[in-house]
Write a protein that binds this ligand. Structure first.
Ligand SMILES: Nc1ncnc2c1ncn2[C@@H]1O[C@H](COP(=O)(O)OP(=O)(O)OP(=O)(O)O)[C@@H](O)[C@H]1O
Length: 708
């Protein structure tokens, strides 16, 4: 505390209570102040022979000043009169007391009486002021309510008349609710004569046009709280036009309480409930389908009871942003632990997809048997999903196209996908299929129609192959041109009838942030399921099975370099130079690409050629240490045991592979990958160079590698 402040405080403590002269007066302090003031002036005035008329003049000035100020702040007439009277009475007493002497019983008695009188009058005028203020607030609120209900009444009357004129249906309006987003309102209607909502829904287009709604806005009728009621949602502002960013809050979700996928025109969040349902997301090229897949994967990554498996035969691109940054070691968690990928398994080839679908089928069938007791105890035929027994959600990009393909291999995949859809609902395995178009051949499939009732159509204004009538049977009045913007379209679920919808826009940095934020949250596959899935699952991150990701990283870098150069104009220069040197554009691009790789990875020591043969793969390798615990297959555990047994002498990839080949069929390349990871995470130390290089378990290492 400063010395001045301390001094002030001490002074206050020694000079009694501090009076705040700036504070307003209550009835008691007001009266006290008036009477003591008057008494002081009268005694001082009488002692100093002050002319008594002065007190009267001061009182008159005080009464006038208070009245002016009171009028300005709109005090009640009674308050003004009370205050002016207080000043005048006080001044009158002072004048009289100065003439006759203030220190007489008559003077003091009359002053006390005046004090009590002023106090009482002030109290009653304060109460009056308070009541006046409350009444003013209530009147203002009544006025707002009157205006609002006048607006609602006008809206109700307008729609009663419109529905009568256009649909020839009489309705009673039970309520009008204005949306808090200000983007429209809902009418709760009671059609007369037993008419149901679908009769009004037929006229959605005409009603929207008649109401002169802006483009992209609709008046759509849906079911109300019972069959005799209808809810009419009227959008007046086109929110589909604007970008809706994926919410920055990445808190935990559950498949049981729904995973949010986007927003309705009234700002309401629409969720997909996929415990029992499969989903179909249709979107032609450029409609925002890829973005929507990432939004879906984001929701699954956030769920504590979901393992996401992705099949994308288009080079795995749908799942890669959820895997590569994590396995490339580009992401850092707060506690410094390695970050786990946002999807649990990613298949980009037919062979891997077969492994995945077979694993899913094996898990489903085994769960049915192994969890009999659990189902009996829970008295249910639906496997109780939790973080201990997670739901597996299979996202198959362009899966609908696989289902209708005539290619032999695709037909085999299709058979397995349909089997998963048909058989594994109760055992907690569901699919999300995407499709480029809502064609009859996709929706003609009974299994899709029956099991896939969570449906999204991203139209992006595309009418080709966009049969909304087939996508959302029973929902009339949905037109592609109502949602011509990227990421906009229609979504319908068993819980929420099909209506306009906008998928959240998710950006690459959010995918990374969500991967980090959810790294600790992903469940592990339950033992029963892991056993059923076998090595196909346990070894899904093996080097040889994820080698394509490494290759793809390089290819992506290549593309990135190319486009950057193009946008910056450098590409042309490069081509001109290459022409001059008689080098083809492809060669020039390759050289540029190599330069970029060198620039990016050149900080790591360049391994010698012979070392490369025996050592870990060069730059661009994947860091799978985050997956160590879950993916340690029996073969990997055996390899670790061999490394440990090799003691201070250590061992090499070839020796380990030879020892494992009979029982596990492990290749040398796989062992190289493990050894590289173990060196990275400090489990093993590499000793010696070239052909003499060997690996020693850290327990036997001569000294700990620095920084690990
Ligand atoms: N929900 C959205 N909100 C706003 N803009 C979006 C949304 N989704 C996508 N876009 C925009 O549309 C562009 C194309 O999106 P996206 O790549 O997801 O489409 P696509 O249908 O998968 O097309 P393609 O098959 O060509 O990749 C994006 O770059 C983005 O600019």
């Amino acid at each position: 505390m400063s010395s001045t402040a301390t001094a002030t405080k001490k002074q206050q403590a020694s000079s009694g209570p501090v009076l705040d002269w700036a504070a307003g007066h209550g009835p008691v302090t007001g009266a006290l102040s008036a009477t003591t003031g008057a008494f002081a002036v009268a005694t001082t005035g009488a002692a100093t022979h002050m002319p008594p008329g002065w007190a009267l003049a001061v009182g008159a000035a005080g009464a006038l000043g208070h009245t002016v100020v009171g009028l300005r702040v709109r005090n009640a007439g009674r308050t003004l009169a009370t205050r002016a009277a207080s000043w005048l009475v006080g001044a009158g007493w002072t004048t009289w007391a100065m003439t006759h002497g203030p220190l007489t019983w008559a003077a003091l008695g009359s002053l006390a009486t005046i004090g009590v009188g002023i106090g009482a009058a002030a109290r009653s005028s304060a109460l009056l002021e308070e009541a006046r203020e409350e009444e003013a607030i209530a009147a203002e609120q009544r006025e707002i309510a009157r205006e609002l209900s006048a607006e609602r009444r006008a809206i109700a009357a307008e729609w009663v008349e419109r529905i009568q004129r256009i649909c020839s249906i009489s309705v009673r309006v039970v309520g009008v609710e204005m949306w808090p987003t200000g983007a429209g309102y809902s009418l709760d209607l009671e059609p007369q004569g037993g008419i149901t909502y679908d009769r009004i829904a037929q006229y959605s287009v005409q009603l929207s046009a008649d109401a002169r709604l802006p483009h992209g806005c609709t008046a759509s009728a849906g079911p109300g709280i019972h069959q005799g009621r209808t809810i009419m949602d009227v959008t007046t502002v086109n929110v589909l036009k604007e970008d809706c960013p994926y919410p920055e809050e990445y808190g935990p979700l559950s498949v049981l309480s729904g995973v949010p996928w986007g927003v309705r025109t009234n700002g309401e969040i629409v969720s997909a409930y996929l415990r029992e349902q499969c989903a179909l997301v249709v979107g032609p090229t450029g409609s925002g389908k890829t973005n929507m897949v990432h939004t879906i994967l984001a929701g699954f990554a956030r769920a504590e009871d979901v393992l996401t498996w992705v099949i994308d035969l288009n080079a795995g691109s749908a799942g890669l942003p959820w895997v590569l940054p994590a396995v490339n070691g580009e992401l850092n968690s707060q506690d410094g632990k390695p970050v786990r990928p946002g999807v649990d398994w990613l298949a980009s080839s037919y062979e891997e997809a077969v492994l995945m679908l077979d694993a899913a089928l094996a898990i489903g069938l085994h769960r049915k048997k192994a969890y009999q007791d659990l189902l009996a105890k829970a008295n249910t035929d639906l496997l109780p999903i939790s973080s201990k027994i997670p739901q597996i959600l299979l996202v198959i990009d362009e899966g609908a196209e696989i289902l209708v393909s005539t290619d032999r291999q695709m037909k085999q995949l299709a058979k397995k996908i349909l089997e998963v859809i048909r058989m594994l609902r109760a055992m907690g395995i569901r699919t999300v299929l995407t499709a480029l178009g809502a064609t009859g051949s996709v929706l003609g499939n009974l299994m899709i129609r029956r099991e896939g009732k969570v449906r999204v159509a991203l139209t992006g204004g595309e009418t080709e192959g966009m049969d909304l009538g087939k996508m959302f049977p029973g929902r009339r009045g949905l037109r592609v041109d109502q949602a011509p913007y990227k990421g906009s379209g229609f979504m319908g679920t068993p819980e929420s009838p099909a209506a306009l919808f906008k998928s959240w826009r998710i950006l690459p940095n959010q995918i990374r942030d969500i991967t980090v934020a959810t790294s600790d949250r992903h469940p592990r596959l339950d033992d029963v399921s892991a056993k059923a899935a076998g090595p196909a699952y346990a070894r899904r991150w093996d080097a040889e099975r994820t080698a394509w990701m490494r290759d793809l990283t390089l290819t992506d870098a290549d593309h990135g370099n190319d486009s950057d150069a193009g946008s910056g104009g450098l590409n042309l220069t490069a081509l001109r130079e290459s022409e001059a040197e008689q080098v083809t554009p492809e060669e020039a691009m390759l050289r540029k690409f190599r330069e970029q790789i060198d620039a990016q990875f050149g900080t790591a020591p360049e391994p010698q050629a012979p070392e490369q043969v025996d050592g870990p793969p060069a730059a661009g390798g994947l860091n799978l240490s985050a997956l160590r615990g879950e993916q340690d297959s029996p073969a990997q555990q055996a390899a670790l045991a061999l490394l440990l047994a090799a003691g201070r002498e250590g061992t090499g990839a070839s020796a380990i592979a030879r020892a494992l080949s009979a029982e596990h069929g492990t290749s040398r390349q796989t062992v190289v990958g493990w050894l590289r990871d173990w060196v990275k995470d400090g489990t093993a130390v590499r000793i010696g160079e070239g052909t003499k290089a060997r690996y020693v378990h850290r327990q036997h290492a001569p000294e700990q590698p620095p920084g690990d």
